[in-house]
Ligand binder design. Structure first.
Ligand code: FES
Ligand code: FES
Length: 142
């Protein structure tokens, strides 16, 4: 339809004013760093987290991407969703939940939206490895 966007208001809002964008390239102040890329298109995503060691609660989540509107909006809302969650809870947030929070995503954009949660899971695993908890490293879920 002419003059109609395929995106929800919520998605457009997060695309226009994304939350928790990482400033600069310095990852040193973070406790976990995750990178994810889609080999076919070359899009990349970085997610970094700060973690309270005693409770394993995520206190900060920032990100940066060179992907599209769906990747940006999904990761923006995801970065808000994970704050205050434990690493384990955050690891199990599904792409479906993220899409629901955005009020839906175009089908052909789902593969872009998963860059964020994949990078988040990589960051969580990175935190475990850095802290000698290799036994907690979990494999990517479907
Ligand atoms: Fe490349 Fe969506 S991230 S088109
Ligand atoms: Fe690259 Fe969607 S086109 S992740």
């Amino acid at each position: 339809q002419a003059g109609e966007w395929a995106y929800t208001e919520k998605l457009k809002e997060h695309f226009m004013s994304p939350k928790n964008i990482m400033q600069g390239e310095n990852t040193d102040e973070f406790d976990g760093v995750g990178m994810e890329g889609n080999l076919q298109c070359g899009d990349q995503m970085m997610v970094v987290i700060k973690v309270d060691r005693d409770t394993e609660v995520i206190t900060d989540c920032q990100w940066k991407t060179y992907g599209c509107a769906s990747a940006i909006a999904s990761t923006s809302i995801l970065s808000e969703m994970v704050k205050g969650k434990t690493l384990d809870q955050a690891f199990h947030i599904s792409p479906k939940e993220v899409a629901q929070e955005l009020g839906g995503l175009p089908d052909n954009k789902i593969h872009c939206s998963v860059l964020g949660d994949k990078a988040l899971r990589a960051a969580i695993n990175n935190y475990y490895v850095r802290n000698g908890m290799d036994d907690k490293v979990k494999q990517e879920q479907a």
